[in-house]
Write a protein that binds this ligand. Structure first.
Ligand SMILES: Cc1cc2nc3c(=O)[nH]c(=O)nc-3n(C[C@H](O)[C@H](O)[C@H](O)COP(=O)(O)OP(=O)(O)OC[C@H]3O[C@@H](n4cnc5c(N)ncnc54)[C@H](O)[C@@H]3O)c2cc1C
Length: 442
């Protein structure tokens, strides 16, 4: 089956032709990995394609889509350990676990990602400062290599493969199933608090004061300058301790109806959105008892919202800058963005904590992370990305592969020096367009 139209990631850039191979049964392994890996241009496992750029693409290769492998294999109500096939989505896991009084230990800003994709990008959530990355909560998984080996991986069994595969971008083999340690809850509600702030220093002070709160994240206005520079809303919350309803939040019903024309997102519309968002919260501080769905997944409310950016798509730019340069780096980058006149209306600022990740190539590191969405306007957004990437490196930071489609080989190899060590674990028949780009000689 040939994937037509071309396979595209969430950001819709780049788009490449690929042969789409649906995976259904574990009994098909390892034959399917060696078969497709051995074909023209090799193979790559993919989940929901919710990565923004090319870590989930393989130009003219074989994309093994795992979402058909989404069965629960085991559940221990005493320990909260779920065993599931790697194509199960976090949405499906929530549907099973919330009624049983358990929640995801770490969740990204969308629930439409798979267990395998979450491990391979070693994703982070709003609780990174207390819980670390997703991989910290995966005690064991199985990895199938194209040479036919099945490896059970944990901190004690094949620990080097365990470390290489968490954050290993799908390049060490295919994860067929994994265990995930869920977190007990007594209600689906979150005790929420939103606080307006002005400037990076106020954000840092709020971060320091909220170390004990489980979830923290900030929306930041990156289009304003002058007295409104770096204004934002600091959002924090804990699972409520008051017993309440344990039902999954309702599924989103809206779907973005059309391919929006490119002019819809311009600096004026984004500046207007930012002003409305900032003032939506009328008071300096608001509190609410909120369902987990709007708290964790506000963007999931509108399915296919990436269409809002039109067919040319969008790209995120996400950095992590270590504490040493985090403040000055963040101010400099926000200034550069505001100066560029290019609008990002989804700008998220957060502090990463110091819980170490088990992954060799994981992105999070202690410091500040900023994620910005930009519509793709070749000739305009790419030069800005290049400047921001360069600045990030100068401040000792790195970019997030899950959001990237622009990093150069030199930038990647400088900021992920462990990549050399990782080569020992890379499956020779698996690759991605990201990997081919960032390991190419320049
Ligand atoms: C709205 C939105 C919000 C987001 N918020 C966050 C956030 O807060 N934090 C964060 O960290 N990320 C965030 N992301 C990024 C997203 O969480 C990651 O890109 C995630 O890995 C996507 O999972 P997926 O199942 O779609 O995997 P894909 O995008 O399909 O693939 C991701 C990687 O996983 C590999 N892979 C997939 N399945 C397997 C398998 N079975 N075995 C081996 N390798 C496999 C692929 O080869 C690829 O390298 C967000 C994305 C969106 C769209």
């Amino acid at each position: 089956m040939t994937g037509k139209p071309p396979f595209e990631p969430w950001g819709r850039y780049p788009k490449y032709n690929a042969n789409v191979v649906p995976l259904q049964w574990q009994s098909d392994f390892p034959a399917i990995v060696s078969r497709y890996g051995g074909m023209h241009n090799g193979a790559l496992a993919v989940g929901m394609g919710r990565s923004y750029g090319d870590v989930c693409l393989l130009k003219d290769g074989n994309l093994m889509v795992t979402t058909g492998m989404n069965r629960i294999l085991g559940w221990d109500p005493e320990t909260g350990i779920l065993t599931a096939e790697a194509g199960m989505t976090l949405a499906q896991i929530l549907d099973f676990c919330v009624p049983r009084g358990y929640f995801l230990p770490v969740t990204p800003g969308t629930k439409y990602v798979t267990l395998g994709g979450a491990i391979a990008n070693d994703i982070h959530g709003k609780n990174h400062h207390v819980a670390g990355t997703f991989g910290c909560h995966v005690p064991e998984f199985e990895l199938v290599r194209s040479d036919g080996t099945h490896l059970r991986c944990s901190a004690t069994e094949n620990p080097d493969w365990y470390a290489a595969t968490i954050g290993g971008l799908g390049l060490t083999g295919v994860i067929t199933w994994a265990k995930l340690k869920m977190k007990p809850i007594v209600s689906r509600k979150i005790d929420y608090e939103g606080i307006q702030f002005h400037g990076v220093d106020e954000f840092l002070a709020l971060t320091e004061a909220s170390k004990h709160v489980e979830y923290t994240v900030s929306w930041i206005d990156c289009s304003s300058t002058g007295k409104n520079f770096a204004r934002g809303v600091f959002m924090q919350g804990d699972h409520t301790r008051n017993p309440g309803e344990l039902k999954p939040s309702p599924e989103p019903k809206l779907i973005f109806p059309i391919e929006a024309p490119g002019f819809m997102l311009n600096s004026a519309s984004v500046a207007a959105f930012n002003t409305v968002f900032f003032h939506k919260q009328m008071k300096k501080r608001v509190t609410a008892l909120q369902d987990y769905e709007p708290f964790f997944y506000p963007l999931d409310k509108v399915l296919k919202w990436n269409r809002m950016y039109g067919t040319s798509g969008l790209l995120q730019f996400q950095y992590a800058i270590p504490w040493e340069h985090a403040r000055e780096g963040t101010i400099a980058i926000l200034n550069e963005v505001a100066k560029s006149g290019l609008a990002s209306f989804l700008a998220v600022l957060k502090a990463f904590g110091d819980v170490p990740s088990p992954g060799l190539l994981s992105f999070p590191q202690p410091g500040i992370t900023l994620a910005l969405d930009f519509p793709i306007k070749p000739g305009k957004s790419f030069p800005l990305f290049d400047r921001l990437a360069q600045m990030t490196l100068e401040f000792g930071g790195k970019l997030y592969p899950a959001k990237d489609a622009r990093m150069t080989a030199t930038q990647y190899q400088k900021s992920y020096p462990e990549w050399q060590q990782f080569l020992r674990y890379k499956d020779p028949l698996l690759s991605s367009s990201f990997w081919e780009r960032v390991t190419r000689e320049e």
